[in-house]
Write a protein that binds this ligand. Structure first.
Ligand SMILES: Cc1cc2nc3c(=O)[nH]c(=O)nc-3n(C[C@H](O)[C@H](O)[C@H](O)COP(=O)(O)OP(=O)(O)OC[C@H]3O[C@@H](n4cnc5c(N)ncnc54)[C@H](O)[C@@H]3O)c2cc1C
Length: 463
């Protein structure tokens, strides 16, 4: 039986970073993943596929150019599912190759098998052929991620009802689509298909979508989606889902029925902990399969067992999972780290994009801090005009007393890139003065920061 300094279960963002960090510290590392290829949900069914699909749709549909050429404009007239999937495979192959190379360079060993804990220092590994072996370890990182929640009452095993994993396998583009779930995943897919001119209905049982995002942004976002013909049903309980020969009927609590060609169910995910042998190591998970950890070290209640990534719950992002994996590895091997900044950005790759960092206006109101906002519409920038961008805006929130930037919120083209300016200013404790003291490239969308800063400054005065 081989003994490793670090066993990593799951090769998603958390596992990958923990493995490489451990190897860079000179430790022996084994990564075990039961998926056919390295990379986890992030590479194969989550982040990278959905973002590749989005980019392909925006390019082939000519969506970004419609501000100039009208809603009928298309780069490719007949876009097929095959057009979307072929680019997807190229990107995924590249991601896997990069990862394999990274492991090889750093001397990280990798086994394709399902891991099950057999105590706090041992695990059994079962290959696809049923071969079982055992490994011993000093430390283990559980980074097994999550899978889509599939209620028993829904007939997923048909060609009409999909979750966010198998929607990537569709053979033909739907004539119409219903999406249940107004979280990030549901909203991203709903808007991507809508950008392809597929009629989409988004159903959310709560009264709003994306409830962690600044309200003003969400209101503008919903307005943009309705403007381009998407149907959004908020506060609608789903009573029944019936698969018919030529479509799916979703019966709602208010008596209405939504009919469509296919359905995407994107309401929740659960941790992959069922066959992990947690109990043998003295661990347990909650009802959604989440493992509790110390939020600063990612150590579980058993000192040599760490957990990171989606299996520990919020915020469930590839970006934060990577950082958690790195921190866990450093802690396991006694490397001291400075505490991370309080804020990190969220990117919602819908069409249009949303990105947000720091406090929303609702958060600031609740905190009782006196504040002022500054807003810049992208169409106010020369770059926005050049690009034909006629929607989207940046909102900055400043504290009145300290003049510090508290939050930056963007909906529109480039939001997920532009947000990092706001993130830097917040984390470096910058004030409104940063935005008018500094020169920005011209013409850029980033100039919106200057405009929004000046907008706020005009109302704040020099106090
Ligand atoms: C549709 C979608 C879009 C997303 N978009 C974004 C985005 O734009 N930006 C962003 O930051 N995040 C995004 N996310 C979230 C992101 O994908 C996750 O936060 C991230 O993948 C979690 O990483 P992880 O390290 O927890 O492992 P995961 O990526 O979840 O991978 C876990 C791995 O563990 C393996 N495993 C499970 N059990 C075992 C076992 N017993 N033995 C061996 N291996 C096992 C699985 O095979 C899997 O490969 C998206 C997610 C989805 C579903």
């Amino acid at each position: 039986m081989t003994d490793y300094d670090m066993l990593v279960i799951g090769s998603g963002p958390a596992g990958r970073r923990a493995a490489v960090q451990s190897a860079k510290l000179g430790k022996s590392v084994l990564v075990v993943d039961k998926g056919r290829r390295l990379g986890g949900v992030s590479v194969h069914t989550g982040t990278i596929p959905s973002k590749t699909l989005r980019e392909t749709v925006l390019n082939l549909s000519g969506f970004r150019e419609r501000g100039f050429y009208g809603r009928g404009y298309r780069v490719k007239q007949d876009i097929s599912a095959q057009d979307l999937i072929s680019r997807l495979h190229k990107t995924l192959d590249h991601e896997v190759e990069v990862l394999q190379h990274q492991f090889m360079r750093n001397g990280v060993k990798y086994v394709h098998a399902a891991a099950k804990l057999a105590g706090p220092n041992r695990a059994s590994l079962t290959t696809e052929d049923g071969e079982v072996s055992e490994v011993a370890f000093s430390n283990v990182l559980i980074s097994v991620g999550t899978r889509p929640h599939r209620p028993d009452s829904i007939a997923f095993e048909t060609a009409r009802v999909f979750d966010s994993d198998d929607i990537l396998d569709i053979k033909v583009l739907p004539r119409s689509l219903t999406v249940i779930g107004g979280g990030v995943i549901g909203v991203e897919y709903a808007t991507i298909f809508s950008a392809l001119d597929v009629p989409v209905t988004l159903i959310e049982p709560r009264e709003t979508i994306l409830d962690f995002v600044d309200r003003e942004l969400v209101d503008d976002f919903i307005h943009q989606l309705r403007e381009r013909g998407m149907t959004i049903r908020l506060g609608c309980e789903v009573k029944d889902i019936a698969v018919r020969a030529n479509g799916v009927d979703v019966s709602l609590g208010d008596g209405r029925t939504v009919r469509s060609d296919i359905l995407l169910y994107a309401a929740g995910r659960s941790g992959n902990v069922a066959d992990l042998g947690l109990e043998t190591a003295g661990l347990e998970a909650d009802s959604r399969g989440r493992i509790k950890v110390d939020p600063t070290t990612f150590q579980t209640c058993v000192s040599n067992i760490y957990a990171a990534g989606d299996v520990i719950g919020f915020p469930s992002l590839a970006s934060t999972s990577m950082e958690q994996g790195r921190v866990a590895a450093c802690h396991a091997f006694g490397v001291a780290l400075t505490p991370p900044p309080e804020t990190f950005p969220y990117g919602i790759y819908a069409v249009p994009e949303i990105s947000t960092v720091g406090q929303s206006e609702e958060d600031v109101k609740t905190s009782g801090v006196a504040y002022e906002c500054g807003v810049a519409r992208f169409r106010e920038t020369s770059r926005g005009q050049i690009m034909g961008v006629n929607s989207g805006f940046l909102k900055l929130i400043f504290a009145l007393g300290t003049r510090r930037l508290l939050g930056a919120h963007i909906v529109g083209e480039g939001a997920t890139e532009l947000i990092h300016i706001g993130q830097a200013v917040i984390n470096l404790k910058g004030t409104v003065d940063y935005f008018f003291d500094n020169t920005f490239n011209y013409p850029t969308l980033a100039e919106a920061y200057k405009i929004a800063g000046l907008d706020a400054w005009n109302r704040m005065g020099s106090t």
